[in-house]
Design a protein around this ligand. Structure first.
Ligand SMILES: [Zn+2]
Length: 296
């Protein structure tokens, strides 16, 4: 049996312009050479492709990170804005609550019922427009309180007018003592007891006497035992009397304010020395002025 000789190949490398090199190679060597070349170029191609892929990925990653950074900055700015708005809303809400308390107190003084409006609500930590919602509520509450204030003002003005008109405090800047209290006392001019319908303040002759509340001068002149006296009409059926004056500084019908000069201390009428007799009448009945002195 004749064995076939393996084929051999000649690899010829011809140099341009003459000269050549030739390799005599067996088939398997040629195949190995070709296979190696193919693998090498394939690997190169793969690596080149991979590199390109990596560069593309890197570029995409970079773009994404840029986008993320932009978004995070925007979010941060939005959050800061939202936070500032929340804080502003919270601060305003506190102011509104203080205002509501103040208005409630004014309503109480004006003799009105307390506000029944819903309290100022604020959704703490609410997401997405929570601050805006809180802000809207604050604005609504503000409008509500403005209306409440508009309602309370005239009633309060009446109250303040009455308060200003009530006889409160001292009719003198100072006094040396109360020489005779309100009530039943021993008659200083003779035997027996009498009802003393006011307070006697010991004060120097000529000391100024002041109105203890605003009102209208009802009478000025001689009033029996009170000597030269001034009688004032106030609101709520109140009257005040200032007696034993040396001189009066007001005329009947004149409007006087609290603290206004009425006259000067004297000893006219039934008096043993310079002093001021001070009476307060409520609907014609004498009341103890002592409880009105410390009110101011
Ligand atoms: Zn008296």
């Amino acid at each position: 049996m004749k064995r076939k000789r393996p084929a051999r190949y000649t690899l010829l490398l011809a140099k341009s312009g003459g000269g050549s090199r030739a390799w005599n190679l067996p088939g398997w060597a040629l195949l190995a050479l070709l296979g190696g070349l193919l693998l090498w170029s394939g690997a190169n191609l793969y690596l080149w492709h991979r590199a390109r892929e990596v560069r593309a990925l890197e570029a995409r990653l970079h773009a994404l990170s840029q986008e993320a950074r932009r978004l995070s900055l925007a979010l941060e700015a939005e959050r800061a804005k939202n936070g500032a708005l929340s804080r502003e809303a919270e601060r305003t809400r506190k102011e509104l609550e203080a205002l509501k308390k103040a208005i409630d107190e004014l309503r109480r003084r004006a003799g009105l019922s307390p506000i029944n409006a819903t309290p100022v609500r604020y959704q703490e930590g609410a997401q997405g427009g929570g601050a805006m919602a809180a802000w809207t509520e604050v604005e609504a509450a503000l409008l509500d309180l403005k209306n409440q204030l508009a309602e309370v003002t005239p009633a309060l003005e009446r109250t303040l007018e009455i308060e200003e008109s009530l006889p409160l405090g001292l009719p003198l800047r100072g006094y040396q003592g109360v020489t005779s209290p309100f009530g039943v006392r021993k008659n200083p001019f003779g035997p027996g007891w009498e009802f003393h319908d006011g307070l006697d303040f010991s004060a120097p002759y000529g000391a100024p006497v002041f109105a203890t509340g605003s009102g209208v001068v009802a009478r000025v002149g001689w009033m029996g035992a009170y000597g030269l006296a001034v009688l004032l009409d106030h609101a709520q059926g109140y009257q005040t009397l200032y007696g034993h004056l040396s001189r009066a500084a007001v005329r009947p019908g004149q409007r006087v304010e609290r603290g206004q000069l009425l006259g000067y201390v004297g000893s006219t009428g039934r008096s043993t020395g310079p002093h001021l007799h001070y009476s307060i009448y409520r609907r014609g009945v004498a009341v103890d002025p002592r409880s009105y002195l410390a009110s101011r």
